[in-house]
Design a protein around this ligand. Sequence first.
Ligand code: PMP
Length: 372
Amino acid sequence: MLYLDNSATTQLYPEVKDAMLPYLMEEYGNPSSKYYSVAENAKAAVKQARNHVASLLGCEDSEIIFTSGSTESNNMVIKGVADQYPHVGNHIITTKVEHPSVLETCKYLEEKGYKLTYLDVDQYGRIDVQQLEEEISDQTILVSIIWGNNELGSLNPIKEVAEICRENNVFMHTDATQIIGKVGIELSEYPGITFLSCSAHKFHGPKGIGVTFIKKDQYGIPTKITPLLHGGGQEQGIRSGTLAVQNIVGMGKAAEITSERIVENQRKLSELENYLTQILKNKFGNQILFNNDVKNKIPGIISIQFSGVNNELLVKSLSPVIAASTGSACSSSKPSHVLKSIGLDIQQIRSTLRFSLSPLINQNDLQIFQQL
Ligand code: PMP
C-alpha cells in the first residue's frame, strides 16, 4: 500500500526507533533523579534532544518546553496567556481555518467571556494581514495564526504577521505542526513570534511528543504563561510531569535528521507534488479540480475535488492500494471547516481528497495512479 496521508502522521525514521529503544529498556532512569547513572544518562539524553529541536527551530535550548504534542501546546499557550494577562486585555485573534485544538480552545475561552476574532481567509486559506492589523486593539493579548494549513498546504504570511504583532507589542503564537520537516524555519529571524507549537510524529518522530517554543523575553519582559499542568515543576515549572524520555529522544533524533535533510526533502516533495499533479491532470482532465494553490505552500500537500464522486467511498475503494484522506484525520466525520471557509459548498467538500506526500517515496511509487 502506498501511504499518502503524511499530514495525518508519518512513518518513524529507522534511526529514530534505534535511538529510542535503549530508553525503553536499560536506560529507564527518571531525568529528575540525581547522582546515579541511569538518571544522569536520561538527563543527558534529554539535554541533547532539546538541543537538536532548538537547532531545528533556530532558538535557544531554554526556549523549548516538551509537551505531549501540538494539541497540548496549542491549549497551553492560548489558555496560559488568557489566564496570565487579564489585566492587559481579554481579546484574542485567530483564524477560521485553525486546527480544532486551537478553535475549540478559543471557543472554550469565548464561553468564559473572552472576546474572540476569527479572521476570514482567501480562496486558498490565507489571512489578509490588513484585516489582522485592523482587528488588533489595546485589549488584544494574543494573535494565533496557523503557519501552514493541514488541508490545503497554504502558508500564511507569517513574517508580516510577526512584524505587525511586534509593532503592536502583542504576543503571537503560530501552529507550525504541518511545516516542520517540509519548510525550513529559523525563529531568530522572526522576532515577533512569542510561541510556536509542533508535534514530532509529523516529521518522522514518535507520537505523543511535541514542543512549545516560548520566547524567553518578549518586548523587554520575561514571557510568562499559566501552566496547564501543575505538579513537580519539570520543564521550568511550565509543564509538570515525569519526562517521556524515550519520546523526547525520538523527537530529538527526528529533529537532527530533519535539520540535515530539510533542503533535500523540500526539493523532493516539490518534485513529487509536481509529478503527481501532472499524472492526475493527464488521467482525469476536467473531472478534477485542485483546491490548493501551486505556490507559497507546504510542498507535498494536494487537495482535489473529484467531481460527482463521494470522497468517503473513493478513499475506501482506494484503500487496498493507496492511503489517502477525505480531509484532516482529526475531524473527518464533519464536513471540513477549512474547505467551507474557502467557499466550497457541501458537494465540493464531499468530493475532496487530500494526498500528502513523503520524502521516503519516489516517482516510481506514484506510477500506481496510472493503473487506477
Ligand atoms: N495542528 C495541526 C495543524 C495539525 O495538523 C495537528 C495534527 N493533525 C495538530 C495541531 C494536533 O497535533 P497532535 O494530534 O499531534 O496533538
